[in-house]
Design a binder for this molecule. Structure first.
Ligand code: SAM
Length: 186
């Protein structure tokens, strides 16, 4: 049996809904791996908007996108994702959230429940029919359990018209990351 990593499961799901010309968001740019992945899927006619509160994340992502020759289809915004509704127009085909802290950087800069829930709310509001929001939660770091609980509580209250699925690898030694997939049905 081939058990896939959280990242490859999330990328498979995103690949199944996003295509050329789509309008998508990376809500947590970080080192830009997901931003680059989205830029490849939407092609030259598509649009990616990426958010991060850290200038270092925005700068390193810009370099990554320029090296790959896809920078012109991506708008990087140094702002919190709870400003998504101010910067993006719908319908969005996909919004990716990879929560927590930037690997290899200041672990005190983490996503927090208050702004994460606001951003999720705006993402669902702007999602088009058939669109997908992906969320990766990391309950293993300080604050991660509270954030995971807040996101799961929030999703329990989401109205009909959306379906939500969960994928989780079970670790023995520490809390495992959790991937959530929210699809807009109609
Ligand atoms: C786990 S990393 C993202 C990894 C990224 N998706 C990648 O492919 O490299 C989480 C990122 O969220 C950012 N972040 C923290 N609070 C944020 C907020 N309110 N709005 C947007 N980004 C935030 C952090 O600065 C960090 O870069």
């Amino acid at each position: 049996m081939n058990i896939k990593s959280i990242t490859s499961i999330v990328h498979d799901a995103v690949r199944s809904v996003v295509g050329p010309g789509d309008n998508v968001v990376d809500a947590t740019v970080g080192n830009g791996h997901d931003t680059l992945f989205l830029a490849g899927l939407v092609g030259p006619e598509g649009r990616v908007t990426g958010f991060d509160v850290q200038q270092a994340a925005v700068d390193s992502t810009r370099v990554r996108l320029e090296s790959a020759g896809v920078a012109e289809r991506v708008r990087l915004v140094r702002a919190s994702h709870h400003e998504l509704g101010r910067h993006c127009e719908g319908p969005l085909r996909c919004v990716m959230f990879n929560l927590g802290y930037l690997p290899g950087s200041d672990k005190s800069v983490i996503t927090t429940p208050g702004t994460t829930i606001q951003a999720l709310d705006q993402a669902l509001e702007l999602l088009g029919p058939g669109g997908l929001v992906t969320i990766v939660l990391y309950p293993g770091h300080v604050g991660g359990v509270d954030e995971a609980r807040a996101v799961l509580d929030y999703l329990e209250g989401v109205e009909s018209g959306y379906t939500c699925a969960r994928y989780e690898l079970l670790y023995r030694s520490r809390p495992a990351p959790i991937a959530l997939f929210v699809s807009r049905v109609n």
